[in-house]
Structures are given as C-alpha cells and as structure tokens.
Design a protein around this ligand. Structure first.
Ligand code: CO
Length: 214
C-alpha cells in the first residue's frame, strides 16, 4: 500500500474514533477556534505538537519550522505570532526545541546543505553568543544538547524583542512565553525555566515602545 493511501485510511479511522468519543466533536470545532496556546516547534516529523502534549485539534495554534526559530524578518512567523497574540489572544507562547535536532547539528558543522544554510546561520549566531560555555563542554553530545537548549532560550528572548509581544504585555499583561525541550529518546518534555512575561526587564535597546500605548 502506498503511504498516501495509509494516510487517507488513517483519517477515516481517526474520524470514527473521535465521533465515538464525542459525537459533537467536529460540529463544535466547525464553529471556531479559541486555543490558549501558540506552539513554535521544529518541523521534525518526530515532534508533533498535539500528539506529544496529549491535546486535541482546537487546543494549540501551531507554527513549525526547521529548528523552531524566531527570525525577526520571517513574515510567516510574524503573521502567526500576530494573529495568535492579537486575534486569538493566546495566554501562552511555547518555544519547544528537541534534542537531536538536525538543524542545530548542522549549525555545529561546516558542511553546506544548500539554501537552508542561510536559515541555519541564525543558529550559528546563538553558538557565537554562547561560544565560551559551549566550548568548555568537551563531550560532543553534551555540547550538542546544550546548544539545543540555548537555541530555545534565545528564541524565547527573540520573541520578547518583538513589538507584537511588547505591545500585548503593555495592554493585557499577556502572553507568558516558555522555553521547552522535547526528548526524542524518552518522549518527555523538559521545561527550561526561562519563561518571560510582562514583568521581564529587557535592555533599553531591545525595548519597543509604542507612543500610542504609552
Ligand atoms: Co529539529
């Protein structure tokens, strides 16, 4: 059987299971969404947001790209963030990285992979920022794991630098931003405890003040 056929069959079985558990499931969801969480995760096929968090359609608004990056000129990410924060009014934004991330691994090497090198270069900037700490770790696996964590931390910080987040913090003291790492080896998520919220203090050059909201 071709894989695409397996997907279509899987969909039918899934619908039957959902309806068995809740006959109004699709009818309810068709009326609209009000997720409380925006998830920014890696595109890696092993890290599906809903499945690993035991959540259902309707509970998480999702943005995924290679290595769960928050790049300031990425219109896709900015549009998702703006919609989630200002229209859906999510309470939480979660950046979830994962150990064994191929994007992060590529950033630690020097091999060319093509167009993606330009995306990966942002992770190299994270490496440079934390070069001292990373180069003090002699075990290559431990250094790789640490860069995965530092990359998540920097993306949390990058979110806080956006005017979208700063304006929302000013007007409604939300959302909370969290940094998590998922382990492909045991399926567990680790909270890096690098959360930021409206009380977080940013360096003056990263503050983005809207005179209308002042
Ligand atoms: Co990845």
């Amino acid at each position: 059987m071709e894989i695409y056929q397996k997907l279509l069959d899987g969909n039918k079985a899934w619908v039957a299971k959902r309806l068995q558990e809740d006959p109004t499931f699709f009818e309810r969801l068709s009326k609209g969404q009000s997720p409380q969480v925006l998830w920014i995760g890696c595109s890696d096929s092993r890290v599906p947001a809903n499945e690993i968090t035991g959540t259902l359609p309707g509970e998480i608004f999702v943005h995924r790209n290679i290595a769960n990056m928050v790049i300031h000129t990425d219109m896709n990410m900015l549009s998702v963030l703006d919609y989630a924060v200002n229209v859906l009014k999510v309470r939480h934004v979660i950046v979830c990285g994962h150990y064994g991330c191929g994007g992060v691994q590529a950033a630690m090497g020097s091999q060319q992979f093509g167009l993606i090198d330009n995306w990966i270069r942002h992770i190299k900037d994270v490496y440079r920022l934390h070069e001292q700490e990373l180069e003090s770790i002699s075990d290559p696996q431990a250094r790789f794991d640490r860069l995965v964590e530092l990359n998540v931390m920097e993306q949390v910080f990058d979110l806080s630098k956006t005017s979208i987040i700063q304006n929302a913090w000013k007007t409604r003291q939300l959302p909370y931003i969290h940094g998590w790492v998922y382990s492909i080896k045991d399926g567990l998520i680790r909270d890096l405890k690098v959360s930021m919220d409206h009380t977080s203090k940013l360096p003056p050059y990263f503050r983005s003040e809207n005179p209308v909201l002042a």
